[in-house]
Design a protein around this ligand. Sequence first.
Ligand code: G1P
Ligand code: ZN
Length: 545
Amino acid sequence: MPVRTISTQPYADQKPGTSGLRKRVAHFQQPHYLENFVQAIFDSLEPARRNTLLLGGDGRYFNDEAIQTILRLAVGNGFRRILVGQHGYLSTPAASLLIRRYQLDGGIILSASHNPGGPDGDFGVKFNTHSGGPAPEKVTARIHQRASSLTQYRIAEMEPVPLQDCHSWQVADSRIEVIDSVQDYADLMQELFDFELIRQRFAEGQLHIAYDAMHAITGPYAREIFVNRLGAAQASLLNAAPKPDFGEAHPDPNLAHARQLQAIMNQSSGAPDLGAASDGDGDRNMILGQGFFVTPSDSLAVLAANAQQVPGYREGIVGVARSMPTSRAVDRVAAQLGVACYETPTGWKFFGNLLDDGRITFCGEESFGTGSAHIREKDGLWAVLFWLNLLAVRRESVAEIVMAHWREYGRDYYTRHDYENLDSRIAEQLVADLQAQLTSLPGRNINGFVITSADNFCYKDPVDGSLSEHQGLRIIFGEQARIVVRLSGTGTEGATLRLYVEQYEPPEGELIEPTERFLQPLLAVSETLLPICHKTGRVGPDVIT
Ligand code: G1P
Ligand code: ZN
């Protein structure tokens, strides 16, 4: 079987962002574009780590074609063993698990996460290292550098590999194995959570779930876990067949996009006990109770506080981590438990070292990402199963569990406002203007909110000492409140500005104000400091989560 060396031109724009390289589908379809980036990934690996590879994606448009191209590149580059998910499917958490379980050198995951798919949608390529986690910045920097100087790639001339059934295939020196995408992952979930108890509660009709796979990758996983293993009704699953265009919807599990699920959970009677959804590649989660939304920041705090209620974490937790814009709710739990709490920049890759070094058990981000040391990615279904397990053990509603949590720790009211597709120059100028004022802010009192510190977040990784600077502006009002602003690193068009606003109410407070109302005064303070609407001409955010 011939291997051909093809000339390509370097691409300067192949710079991985918060989570891999993400572009419009048409951008990826340019001649040699995908090949160039994948060859750059391979070239940036140490020779000893260029033998075994995992490959799969979230099933979005262009997944099939990209998988076949990458298989030809992997064979052309002499990988000995290549594992591919059946139908080309792998959720991001399952991919992380399989890399670890089969001790592979790394994996390529095809996904643009929660971004829309289809011919006019987005596509993405992520590389995860042998730890199972997203490549750290030093690796992505190497890939970018290589991609912008590459002049040729090596590709095998071979027929497309059929991916419908699990089988093995020897091509030249490479063994290609098409593997079940679901079973290993479902087995791990069964080890971590009390499937017996949940199954029993379902059987008694005491527990009901509605799970929305949003036409994306988690459908097959949810069917195996909730229906086949736990005995939930088929009708518990919504949109569970993966579609290349995600049913022309936005596979993002939040209140702006998971409307169908929200309507089910807001019914005045007969709503299920738990409503949950995941995103395109299955690493995000949204948790709803009856007429009740759990913020991802609160969810992380509740899981940390209740860890010992589920089998996988009976021994307790060693520490927690949250991304900087995530609310400080989990910090309060960590303080009470007497365990470490780390604050990292946005992006799951920053949790990798802390997990590998055994410093944390749980971690999470406000952007609907929650996870633990069981793998090296955030894990949507894991979070849903955790809540299901909690509901089964505590026999209380989601709202009761969260209310009890607030009564113990107080409540961090939280909102994130996204301004999408802004003119990049205007967005950058806005941030730069606030940046320029930072040093003069401490001590300033704006409508009763006193600024205690202000900075551009810089993270020093406690494990390898690496520095990540300029990770977002923080305006801190002591324990009372925080305002954070940063520019998105995952968008594919213009600039997206994210404003994160949070305010604490101690346990003695009312605790049940509507979030936007409670945060109104602080949002006004924010507009004084960072006049987004004034400078962009927008009347409000595009998305509120
Ligand atoms: C967004 C989220 C971030 C998450 C990332 C990948 O990144 O805010 O928390 O890790 O997607 O899912 P951003 O667009 O803000 O850079
Ligand atoms: Zn995702």
